[in-house]
Design a protein around this ligand. Structure first.
Ligand code: GLN
Length: 199
């Protein structure tokens, strides 16, 4: 299995390490590939969109003409995982606090996402969350986290914190508003590997 990590901006190397550790935890062969160009999208089994700055990532995705290709791959069942800014990019609908909004989401997942809804940098926090089918709480790191404010029928809540959906799944798409790559706990990366294995 080869998992691509979108390498435009944000927490990229942390996802590489996390997936490598997740493969080890699952006792399986697997590797990661940094995806910087349209061509790099070939030969991967899934793609992770890291957290960072969604406006910067979205502008580059369009400039590199990767947005349409990712869209059509995912529509055909290709597994994708979004973390924080990555979740903003997956959304069909965006609510923003920015006047000069330039983020154009990929428009794949039937969710409405509000940028920076959990607050700015200084309101970043860690919180234990209960995740569906996991027997131990997971320590999640929220950094300028977006909020999933609305979901369509096909979206399954995988974790809720204070009435807010913090992990959502829609078929081959997994989205979370926090940063799983910043902790040693590999269970969320393993969850994405399982989604790829379901294919
Ligand atoms: N607030 C950022 C954005 O809107 C996302 C923050 C993050 O990925 N940690 O893009």
């Amino acid at each position: 299995m080869i998992i691509g990590i979108l390498d435009i901006q944000g927490a990229v190397s942390e996802h590489e390490v996390a997936f490598q550790r997740a493969f080890k935890a699952k006792n399986m062969q697997g590797s990661t590939k940094l995806v910087k160009t349209l061509d790099d999208l070939k030969g991967i089994d899934g793609l992770a969109l890291p957290g960072g700055e969604s406006s910067a990532i979205s502008a580059q995705l369009a400039r590199l003409e990767m947005d349409k290709e990712i869209h059509s791959m995912v529509e055909q069942g290709f597994p994708i995982m979004g973390t924080c800014a990555g979740t903003i990019l997956l959304a069909k609908r965006l609510i923003t606090d920015m006047d000069e909004e330039i983020t154009v989401p990929l428009g794949l997942m039937d969710i409405t996402v509000k940028r920076n809804a959990f607050g700015r940098q200084k309101e970043s926090f860690e919180h234990y969350i209960e995740i569906k089918n996991m027997n131990k709480p997971y320590g999640a790191v929220f950094i300028r986290a977006p909020m999933i404010t609305e979901v369509g029928n096909g979206v399954e809540p995988m974790a809720i914190l204070n009435d807010e959906m913090v992990i959502a799944r829609q078929n081959n798409m997994l989205a979370m508003v926090f940063h799983p790559e910043l902790t040693m706990d590999t269970r969320i990366h393993e969850m994405f590997i399982d989604i790829i294995l379901e294919r």
